[in-house]
Design a protein around this ligand. Sequence first.
Ligand SMILES: N[C@@H](CCC(=O)N[C@@H](CS)C(=O)NCC(=O)O)C(=O)O
Length: 212
Amino acid sequence: MILYGVGASPYVRKTLLVLKEKGLDFEHRMVMPGDKSPEYRAISPFGKIPALTDGDFSICDSTAIITYVEAKFPAKPLLPADPAERARVIWYEEFGDTILAAQVGIIFFNRLVGPRFMGVPGDEAAAQKAVDEGLPPIFAYLESQIPASNFLVGDRLTLADVAVTAHLVNLGYVGVEVDAAKYPKLAAYLATMQARPVFVEILAAERAMFGG
Ligand SMILES: N[C@@H](CCC(=O)N[C@@H](CS)C(=O)NCC(=O)O)C(=O)O
């Protein structure tokens, strides 16, 4: 299998983490967002990352890729079999990819991607507004949901943890920390997730890329 994309994208990071937590063999090829090559557009028609090929089969979109991988390689499942648990995992993935991503994306773009990689000045007022007004209700929600198990659903790692953490990680690159005094469960949860060997490996590779 070949996974295309760069790990700074939370959607690529989510997919990379799933493949690695499942212990699957794959090659990771760097492709930038919006790649226009006909070869990549044949796999990802709108140029979005990530995309995956497995022999003759190809698919784009992190959720579609993870659905394929879970069905084809059921060992070490990240989607629970129990209907209610599975539904809750999908909710957290959706929450991560939409509600959380919207706020993190504003900060990440204006403080890092725009100025550093696209040569456009960042809108710091917009970034700070997301920090001050966008993130607090999201952090408060997560703080209210994290159970004693320290996993969002059930008592083991699921796609819910991978998906939510994949987005939260980007805050660490743009000077936003989860305040442990205000959100003790969330701060401890994030630290625990990021200490998992697979996360440590992936984050070290990202830091090398960012030069930080
Ligand atoms: N729903 C998609 C979102 C993927 C996505 O938006 N990727 C961004 C990078 S974070 C991208 O490729 N943007 C390039 C573009 O829109 O042209 C997924 O889960 O894979």
